[in-house]
Write a protein of this length. Structure first.
Length: 223
């Protein structure tokens, strides 16, 4: 037979255990309630999520910021350069995303509009997050004409000698705008990009070549 003191100690121990359990469950319930309120506030837009940084694929490089060249002055066009005819704009499509089929999809849309697709020679060595145009000094007006087909487009001056434009299709690419949304008119001068820099003040980047391209593959200027 147990002593009254032992029984009392056991009762007190059970009481303390129940109190601890009540405290733990109370804290958990309060925590879940706070999480629920926070999730509802984020979903409704009342507050911003602290986890809204975009996810990127491992191996996709951070793209540096390049100066965008201003449009060159054109003799006989005091208001600025007019868009080039699509049929006079030659484009090479390069996959910079690793996702198959993107070059072909862009080729279909741009070729239907009259752009001359001179090739889809393969992937660039390093994937990119955003699409960008790469072009030389002879292709600035053509690059502006092509950039107008997209909601936004990075533009990079490189050291090529011809007027061909390289469209590097990045992982987070924007598809071309619908034709009716392209703000171009053959008789209306192009507008300089905001914050553009005179081409003479820019050191051109080295041209990016596809992984399977060699020096002999460079497109020659049209005669």
């Amino acid at each position: 037979m147990t002593s009254p003191g032992y029984d009392q100690a056991r009762v007190e121990r059970r009481r303390r255990e129940h109190e601890r359990q009540a405290v733990v469950f109370g804290v958990l319930i309060a925590f879940l309630a706070v999480c629920g309120i926070f999730a509802l506030a984020v979903y409704s837009g009342a507050i911003s999520s602290p986890f809204n940084r975009p996810f990127t694929t491992v191996g996709v490089s951070e793209q540096k910021t390049y100066p965008v060249p201003c449009l060159p002055p054109v003799k006989g066009q005091p208001d600025g350069a007019l868009p080039t005819a699509y049929t006079d704009t030659r484009v090479r499509l390069l996959n910079a995303s690793g996702e198959q089929g993107l070059a072909s999809a862009h080729e279909t849309v741009l070729a239907d509009r009259g752009f001359v697709i001179v090739g889809t020679p393969g992937n660039v060595p390093t994937p990119l997050q955003e699409s960008e145009l790469r072009f030389g000094k002879k292709g600035i007006v053509q690059a502006y004409t092509l950039a107008a087909q997209f909601p936004k487009m990075r533009m990079v001056l490189d050291d090529r000698r011809d007027s061909v434009i390289d469209l590097l299709i990045g992982e987070n690419f924007d598809p071309p705008l619908d034709v009716e949304d392209v703000e171009l008119a053959a008789d209306q001068p192009l507008r300089n990009a905001e914050g553009c820099v005179s081409v003479d003040e820019i050191t051109p980047e080295e041209r990016i070549k596809p992984a399977k391209e060699d020096e002999s593959d460079e497109v020659q200027p049209a005669k």
